[in-house]
Design a protein around this ligand. Structure first.
Ligand SMILES: [Zn+2]
Ligand SMILES: [Zn+2]
Length: 385
């Protein structure tokens, strides 16, 4: 069959575009089974059925089209938009993910030179930007599970690829969360496998810097993960309390205000140890962090998170005080100033939070009393007028 031409559609292909708009997966499935329906046919603007489904935010339809061999990297659109770009514009993270998982190229640009991540950022779809910037396919990791060249054994035992990939794909860079991910997997939670993973992360970091389309963001992320895994390994080797001890060190707040000094210093040190001093991203990070006194905002973790995931601090979601997971809802019932994703995280934090909880409660009550007084004065003022 010759390559599809723009707007050259059979009657059934026209019908396919209609049922995609309507979201009728069953009917689309039937049409895709017909001989004269090409899954990569193009409408008059050069859009494929997959591009339409992605733009309309229809995940089931996208899945169906991919199963039928839709080309995720088709680049015939009149303005050079790809299916990944349409997914990013739709704001649907699951579809963005699906396109990436199907092999969508992230560095292709449209006719005005924008990548999918840049387009998504332009229209304010920051969650999609996060997904794109942090994507690292399992296949790229699996490369290290095969012995290369003269190697007798692969750098990464294949049983570690799954748990390591889970850590890589997490958009939550909070080191506590990462240690917990390590801890929950017995295969990973030992010094030797951790050292192997750490070395693979550094190799990928190097590759991200040295490849033609340099990806400093991903390089920094890989380096940071490598640092956290290295820290896990050294706690397992040197400390009796192992990973629990590391979690406690990372959470322990200073007496004055509960600020986790060790964690802040650790994150700063990781950034400083990034091996490619010329990287623009490194210089940006150092410039943002260096002038900040420890304990003040922004924290090194928030600066790093913003640089890597594109997440901005003023987002309306609440983050767990312990592990940094998004969507935390359980507030400490005494001080009501800290918030957790669940009881486990609250319990983990209590050994240090209990030292400042009362103080925070008093501060909050004082602030509330002052606010009430102010409101009263204002309303009195109004009656006098
Ligand atoms: Zn949590
Ligand atoms: Zn409290």
């Amino acid at each position: 069959m010759s390559a599809p031409k723009k707007g050259d559609l059979s009657a059934r292909e026209k019908e396919l575009f209609e049922v995609i708009s309507a979201g009728n997966v069953q009917e689309a499935s039937r049409l895709l089974g017909c001989k004269d329906v090409r899954v990569n046919c193009l409408d008059e603007y050069g859009m494929t059925p997959l591009m339409h489904a992605a733009y309309k935010g229809k995940a089931d339809m996208c899945r169906l089209l991919l199963q039928h061999g839709a080309d995720v990297n088709c680049n015939q659109h009149e303005h050079g938009y790809t299916a990944l770009m349409f997914a990013g514009l739709s704001g649907k993270t699951d579809i963005t993910w699906m396109m990436l998982d199907a092999g969508a190229e992230t560095d292709v640009t449209n006719s005005v030179g924008r990548t999918a991540a840049q387009m998504a950022a332009f229209v304010g779809q920051h969650d999609c930007v996060t997904v794109i910037n942090n994507f690292f396919s399992r296949a790229r990791l699996d490369y290290y599970t095969k012995a290369q060249g003269l190697e007798k054994e692969p750098k990464l035992p294949s049983k570690l690829a799954g748990p390591l990939h889970k850590i890589i794909m997490s958009t939550n860079l909070n080191p506590v969360r990462m240690v917990l991910l390590v801890k929950e997997n017995p295969l990973l939670a030992e010094a030797e496998p951790l050292d192997k993973c750490r070395r693979v992360m550094e190799l990928i970091c190097e590759k991200c810097i040295k490849q033609q389309d340099m990806n400093e963001v991903l390089a920094m992320k890989m380096h940071f993960i490598s640092c956290v895994l290295g820290k896990c390994a050294s706690f397992l080797k040197e400390r009796e309390d192992g990973l629990d001890g590391l979690v406690r060190s990372l959470l322990k707040g200073r007496d004055a205000d509960g600020f986790p000094v060790y964690q802040e210093k650790f994150v700063r040190e990781c950034i400083r140890k990034f091996p490619y001093c010329d990287a623009t991203l490194l210089q940006q990070l150092v410039r943002s962090i260096a002038p900040v006194e420890i304990g003040n905002d922004p924290t090194a973790l928030s600066v790093l998170t913003q640089a890597i995931t594109g997440q901005v601090g003023f987002m309306d979601a609440e983050f767990c005080t312990t592990c940094g997971e998004k969507g935390a809802q359980k507030r400490c019932s005494i001080c009501k100033t800290v918030i957790y994703c669940g009881q486990t995280c609250q319990k983990m934090h209590w050994f240090t939070h209990k030292k400042v909880c009362k103080k925070l409660q008093e501060q909050r009550e004082k602030q509330e009393a002052e606010a009430a007084k102010l409101r009263m004065q204002q309303s009195k003022g109004q009656t006098l007028l």
